[in-house]
Design a binder for this molecule. Structure first.
Ligand code: ADP
Ligand code: MN
Ligand code: MN
Ligand code: MN
Ligand code: MN
Length: 365
């Protein structure tokens, strides 16, 4: 059944008139939070009398959870961004979710991530995450894929250009600009290989960000992605393997460095960290997707530039490894390493927390 996106059908020129109206010093603040699925994002907006100057100026708010009893949740603002949709002075604010008794909600992995980042503060750990996503039409089928059969086999799509190679570049470009406007630390973007991907698969990179900032920025970048897609009437899915078949899956490669790794001779610290990761492989797989490793089973097959989910492999410049040392880093003798295992729909709080626990705190993942 064909369906249309209500929002994208509305007249955007008309919308411009209303968005240009003055708001007399008032400020619209959109609160964003991760819902109980641990994957979905929610949002709602309120008016503040003045533009907040920092996160401290934004009050807590509440939301309604699923439970009948004790359904009230607290929204605790943690990071403020500019709103690229209604623009200055309006804000997007990422929130943590607490339950009615002010204990972190089950889906709130930020509280424990923050503790771990604070415990490892001396290491000045930086992350960079590569978010892959697949564009789907409103029918749930990869955007612009032929309705009868499949696109040409995987081939000229990675970093591709041309109407027959890549589909949906507007989304990528608008998302990129919107992230820059908002203050999200996006550092690049490219078309992907996935054969949904006569590429309707794309990637953007966020980072390097220190500590907790990595996951905060990535979650807001995801919110902006879904919101841009809403305007255009397409869907972005972070499912690691949205189409069964001989196509690449979608991941969220996580690049990591400490101060020592970035300095001359840092390669030995990178190798130490990888050694520690190698003996905790199963524990990491359990937190690298929202379903305890089940999602990644569909993706980490040992084919399509992945290592098999049951094996830990590492190597320099090896894209078939679980953890890769980039070629340039091997050459320079310092820099960072890349954990290629996290799924596109991973919770970056859980992923970065596990890496720091294993590599720097010698604690359970
Ligand atoms: P790939 O070659 O794996 O596709 P990308 O260029 O897509 O790599 O992404 C590289 C990522 O590595 C970016 O997110 C970037 O922020 C991150 N990065 C670069 N330098 C560092 C560093 N020293 N520590 C951690 N992350 C880094
Ligand atoms: Mn209501
Ligand atoms: Mn990449
Ligand atoms: Mn990629
Ligand atoms: Mn990568």
């Amino acid at each position: 059944m064909e369906s249309v996106s209500g929002s994208s059908q509305l007249n955007k020129t008309l919308r411009r008139h209303y968005l240009d109206l003055p708001q007399w010093g008032k400020c619209q603040v959109t609160y964003i939070w991760i819902d109980s699925s641990g994957e979905g994002l929610r949002n709602k907006t309120r008016t503040l009398d003045a533009e907040p100057q920092s996160i401290a100026d934004i009050p807590e708010w509440s939301a309604t959870g699923f439970n009948q009893k004790h359904s009230d949740l607290y929204l605790i603002p943690v990071w403020m961004f500019r709103d690229p949709f209604t623009m200055d002075p309006n804000k997007l604010v990422l929130c943590e979710v607490l339950k009615y008794d002010r204990v972190p909600a089950e889906s709130n992995h930020r509280t424990s991530c923050k503790k771990v980042m604070e415990a490892a503060e001396e290491h000045c750990v930086w992350f960079g995450m590569e978010q892959e996503y697949t564009l789907l039409g409103m029918d749930g089928y990869p955007y612009c894929w032929p309705k009868n059969g499949f696109p040409r086999p995987q081939g000229p799509y990675h970093c591709g250009v041309g109407a027959d190679n890549v589909y949906g570049r507007d989304i990528m470009e608008c998302h990129y600009k919107a992230c820059l406007y908002a203050g999200v630390k996006i550092c690049g973007t490219n078309a992907e290989t996935m054969p949904s991907q006569g590429s309707s698969v794309w990637e953007f990179q966020v980072g390097p960000c220190e500590g907790i900032a990595m996951a905060d920025h990535l979650w807001v970048a995801r919110f902006i992605l879904h919101r841009v897609c809403e305007d255009f009437g397409v869907i972005a899915t972070l499912d690691p393997k949205p189409m069964v078949g001989d196509w690449n899956g979608a991941g969220c490669h996580t690049n990591v460095s400490t101060k020592k790794m970035r300095e001359e001779g840092g390669l030995q610290y990178i190798e130490q960290a990888i050694e520690k990761l190698s003996v905790r492989h199963e524990e990491h797989i359990r937190v690298y997707d929202p379903r305890g490793g089940e999602d990644n089973k569909r993706r980490l097959t040992g084919r399509h530039r992945t290592a098999n989910i049951n094996k830990f492999l590492s190597g320099v410049a090896d894209r078939g490894a679980s953890v890769r040392i980039p070629g340039q880093v091997g050459h320079d003798g310092c820099g960072y390493f890349e954990d290629r295992r996290p799924s596109a729909n991973c919770d970056p709080y859980s992923v970065t927390e596990a890496i720091v626990r294993t590599c720097l705190l010698d604690a359970e993942a």
